[in-house]
Design a protein around this ligand. Structure first.
Ligand code: NDP
Length: 289
């Protein structure tokens, strides 16, 4: 039996507030030169979770002085019309950042939509240009959730350098970019997925474990090295309506040295990073104007 570890929770909401506060002077500087950073969010269909995310993004924009607009398109909208809306936003000088809320209906190609967003306005960091820049170590717009994970570590004074980082999940949105960003910070990185054999044996080697799986309470205490830092990206809706992460909080608490709660961990940082990317996009446009 391992001795229990004193687990410190990472307060993502407090870190996100601090990031938003740091953005305000940058927004003020832009506004005083006549530029109001603008974000357009395109929502196709009526997915309730997407609606909640989009609303919280709009509220956060307002709080830091960003202009935001929402483009609601019906779920049955043809792909070409979605693409046309994105092209229109690419041309709109009031808009510096464009975000198309995922998931999209099956008849719309996510790749075609994401590839149509101008890389200069791609504040979600999903355009192949921005993915390539991240992969080659020169990111401009890093994807928001992975950027939020790395920023949480930085703000908590945890350096990935020389550490074993294990990422469970290899999606383009979370797992792969987190891995690339950890590598850039000099961690030794392992990526796990559904075909990984003896997952627990791999996760137990992690000094920093990132769970981005989409399965409630999947990562249990016995999969954690005592004292590891555990970042839970998962957001899963339980049958009783409550949210749970991919990490089994009850068994990992007392084993990890730091742990992000769900909700209140990575989620708020994702939105803060979106705002930061939008401000950055506006600053870059202002510089080249
Ligand atoms: P995806 O479904 O795209 O990817 C899930 C990954 O987990 C896949 O790579 C899959 O492997 C892997 N996986 C599934 N089952 C297992 C298993 N049994 N053992 C090991 N690996 C497994 O999800 P996302 O990356 O988009 O999201 C992951 C989680 O993060 C979700 O809960 C999502 O809601 C949440 N999320 C949270 C955000 C936030 O702001 N906090 C933002 C984005 C996502 P394989 O590739 O082999 O199928």
């Amino acid at each position: 039996m391992d001795t229990p570890v004193d687990t410190k929770l990472i307060d993502g909401a407090a870190h996100a507030r601090a990031v938003r506060a740091e953005l305000r002077p940058r927004v003020e500087a832009l506004r005083s030169s006549g530029v109001v950073p603008g974000l357009a969010v395109v929502l196709v269909g009526n997915d309730p979770a997407s609606r909640v995310y989009v609303r919280s993004k709009a509220r956060a924009c307002e709080e830091v002085g960003l202009y935001s607009e929402q483009h609601d398109l019906q779920g049955s909208t043809a792909e070409e019309q979605v693409l046309e809306r994105v092209r229109m936003l690419n041309r709109d000088p009031r808009i510096h950042g464009i975000l198309v809320q995922l998931p999209l209906a099956a008849h719309i190609s996510v790749d075609r939509v994401l590839h149509t967003i101008s890389p200069e306005k791609d504040v979600d960091g999903f355009h192949p240009c921005n993915v390539g820049l991240l992969a080659t170590g020169n990111p401009v717009f890093a994807p928001c959730t992975p950027a939020g994970v790395l920023r949480l570590l930085e703000r908590e004074g945890i350096s990935p350098e020389g550490k074993r980082a294990v990422i469970v999940g290899r999606s383009n949105i979370v797992g792969k970019p987190v891995a690339m960003m950890m590598l850039r910070k000099h961690a030794t990185v392992t990526i796990c997925h559904s075909r990984t054999r003896e997952l627990g044996g791999v996760t137990r080697e992690a000094d920093i474990l990132v769970a981005a799986i989409g399965r409630a309470r999947f990562v249990t205490g016995d999969m954690i090295k005592p004292g590891a830092v555990v970042i839970d990206v998962g957001i899963n809706r339980l049958p009783d309506g409550k949210l749970a992460g991919d990490v089994d909080f009850a068994s990992v608490h007392g084993r990890a040295s730091r742990l992000t709660p769900v909700p209140g961990g990575v989620g708020p940082m994702t939105i803060a990073m979106l705002l930061e990317n939008t401000v950055l996009a506006a600053e870059r446009t202002a510089k080249t104007a």
